[in-house]
Design a protein around this ligand. Structure first.
Ligand code: HEM
Length: 647
């Protein structure tokens, strides 16, 4: 009801009139040139009337349930078998976004079907003016875009579009798919050359099945053209419809083409019997060309494209007519190729892409397939030209028109909505599980050392226990390794008359007080002032962040019990939580790297004693900045002048 190939039936917009009679007429007679089938042979008057009532009811329902508002792509986080990712919006256009192509400088070209070419740099889009005039009707408009493989040297960009050359049939405008190339200079389309333009006599009045996708392989350019909704033409070698074509990059036709010397045949034909292929890519290992094509209702196909092969449309198909009547009972025939795979029901297959990046390593060489009607991306694992596994990795985020691996290994996808048309370019960004490493094996002090003072440190049952027994110097229990950016989580219990702290980015310099350990120290304060969770700079500037007045965090600390701490140190930005309650959020530039450790203070002059217990110490030290909790805006900047440059 929200529209797909046809227009929405639940908004206010009626192209063919809004009275019951108008609607009944469209249902009965269809709109053949647009691909809306006539239903009069299938539905009687009563059923047609019933449908009109249903449409009216659904429209009312849509208005009250907000369906009309929800049709924008949503974004968010997605979990799949092998990778988790989020959708990140790159840019949007106010019509169908048809094709995505990458230039060597990592900027992007996208086509907007109603006739605009955009150059996207870091999400900012600029229109490229002066491109050819397209026939923006039905499924037609500005379609594929791709740079030449040697773009860096020659600057060529190829475009395909539906073109009206003024040819008329029975008074109706006719059109056909055309391919040109040109260069882009200062966002102007220049140096245009014709690459593939058929004589007007091959133009047809239908406004669907223009095919279109480009693959450059060796010195050739491959591209499909659909049957233009004149089914029988797909089997007719004298016309260009319903074929995959092969030409040279400059538009010349190779004499080795399979039907080059067949009398009357269209010389650029490479394969035939293709209904409407709109997905084409080359297998990264075998170099085979793979293509998806739209079936009628049911029977979307995945094919390996080989020369002179007849893919069978409209003689054999796994689909039927849109009105549910059979197209044919034949799915096989001698001399006609079987698809590698077919979708029943159809998903409305569009762009495809063999994943070639590193970011989604589990998907390497898998075929990603976009579905428009089903609003999904499927991942197909292919072995020996067979689909051995299939997974839906994106669902209900919009109609997927094109999908493409970006130069950085992320995956770009064109998601569209109808009524009104809009298109959004999204990027799949991998969300890997954070790589936690345990800093303490629970059995002994491997990886740790006791420094400065002489407090005893024991390990028992997964816990480190450090005892207060030195009267001359603080003792430090530190890692041997240094850490720069990290997220640290651990439990610490302090008992008795003892002040302690978690040292990070700790330093020891032989020239400074005999190598005494110093640096940032997250205070653990057993005293009544309750400054646990603040930062004191040992042997430095003293208190950088006290806890005065921070009552939520002060109350979160449980004296003499286990407390859970999380410390994030990302660049110059530090954040701390005590038992999940934020205690500190600040910027300081002084030290970028150092050891992690614990302070066991020297014995107080007036006697007393205590102990520090530590367990469950884990750290994310790789790529920690990508695993921080939420947006991090510092509340306090210590070293202001230096910090400004960094922020
Ligand atoms: C019983 C099922 C269907 C009903 C009741 C129905 C009804 C309609 C109606 C009332 C319109 C005119 C909308 C307007 O005036 O703006 C329309 C347009 C259209 N329908 Fe259907 N439709 C049905 C099935 C289909 C199917 C299966 C397809 C194609 C696969 C299709 C393709 C179209 C297209 C392409 C248009 C737009 C025509 C244009 O803009 O020129 N319809 N449909």
């Amino acid at each position: 009801m929200e529209g797909g190939q046809g227009s929405s039936l639940i908004d206010e917009v009626w192209k063919y009139g809004s009275t019951d009679d108008d609607i009944a007429k469209v249902i009965r007679e269809g709109v053949p040139n647009s691909g809306m089938a006539p239903w009069k042979d299938v539905l009687d008057e009563e059923q047609t009337r019933g449908l009109i009532i249903l449409i009216r009811e659904q429209k009312q329902l849509a208005e009250t349930t907000g369906i009309l508002e929800k049709v924008k792509p949503l974004g968010g986080v997605f979990s799949t078998e092998l990778h988790n990712f989020k959708l990140e919006k790159v840019t949007e256009v106010d019509d169908i976004l048809w094709s995505i192509a990458f230039l060597p400088d990592q900027s992007i070209l996208i086509t907007q079907r109603n006739g605009k070419l955009w150059h996207v740099v870091y999400g900012q889009k600029t229109e490229v003016t002066g491109i050819p005039k397209v026939r923006n009707l039905g499924q037609g408009g500005l379609l594929e875009v791709a740079p030449h493989p040697n773009y860096k040297r020659n600057g060529w960009v190829y475009l395909s579009f539906s073109e009206d050359l003024g040819h008329k049939i029975d008074g109706k405008n006719a059109s056909m798919t055309t391919v040109v190339r040109g260069r882009i200079k200062n966002n102007q389309w220049i140096d245009e050359e014709e690459i593939f333009r058929v004589p007007p006599k091959y133009h047809t009045t239908r406004s669907g099945h223009y095919g279109s996708r480009f693959i450059f392989k060796d010195e050739y350019l491959f591209f499909p053209i659909g049957d233009r909704q004149e089914e029988d033409s797909a089997q007719n070698l004298t016309v260009p419809h319903g074929k995959v074509h092969r030409i040279y990059h400059d538009g010349r036709i190779p004499e080795e083409n399979p039907f080059y010397n067949t009398p009357g045949a269209y010389k650029s034909i490479w394969t035939y019997g293709n209904r409407n292929p709109q997905g084409l890519d080359m297998h990264p290992v075998t170099g085979d060309l793979w293509s998806t094509e739209h079936g009628p209702r049911g029977g979307d196909e995945l094919n390996v494209i080989r020369p002179a092969i007849n893919y069978g449309w409209p003689v054999i198909t796994y689909g039927m007519n849109y009105d549910g009547t059979p197209w044919t009972d034949k799915t096989h025939m001698e001399g006609m190729e079987q698809p590698v795979f077919y979708w029943l029901p159809s998903i409305a297959v569009s762009g495809i892409d063999f994943y070639e990046g590193e970011k989604f390593s589990g998907w390497k060489n898998n075929l990603l397939v976009g579905g428009m009607a089903s609003e999904e991306v499927q991942r197909l694992v292919i072995k020996d030209q067979k689909v051995v596994h299939r997974e839906t990795i994106l669902k209900k985020q919009g109609r997927v028109r094109d999908i493409s691996t970006g130069p950085d290994g992320t995956i770009y996808v064109a998601l569209n909505t109808r009524s009104p048309n809009s298109g959004t370019l999204y990027r799949f960004v991998p969300l890997e599980e954070p790589h936690w490493i345990s800093l303490f094996n629970g059995r002994d002090l491997s990886g740790w050392e006791v420094r400065n003072g002489s407090s005893t440190v024991l390990v028992d049952n997964g816990t480190m226990a450090a005892f207060h027994q030195d009267s001359t110097s603080h003792t430090y229990l530190t890692t041997k390794k240094s850490y720069g950016d990290f997220i640290l989580e651990l439990d610490v219990k302090v008992v008795g008359d003892l002040n302690s702290g978690i040292l990070f980015r700790g330093q020891s310099n032989p020239d400074l007080r005999n190598g005494k350990v110093h640096g940032y120290q997250m205070e653990i304060d057993q005293s009544d002032r309750q400054w646990t969770g603040g930062i004191y700079e040992e042997m430095g500037r003293g208190w950088l962040h006290s806890m005065k007045g921070k009552t939520d965090a002060q109350n979160a600390y449980r004296p003499s019990e286990w407390n859970h701490y999380r410390i994030e140190a990302i660049g110059s930005h530090f954040r701390i939580w005590i038992n999940g309650v934020p205690s500190l959020n600040m910027v300081d530039q002084k030290t970028v790297e150092g050891v992690i450790g614990f302070q066991i203070q020297r014995l107080p002059k007036n006697g007393g004693g205590g102990a520090v217990y530590i367990r469950n110490i884990r750290i994310i030290a790789d790529d920690a900045g990508n695993h921080i909790d939420g947006i991090a805006i510092p509340e306090q900047v210590i070293d202001e002048v230096a910090a400004l440059e960094d922020l």
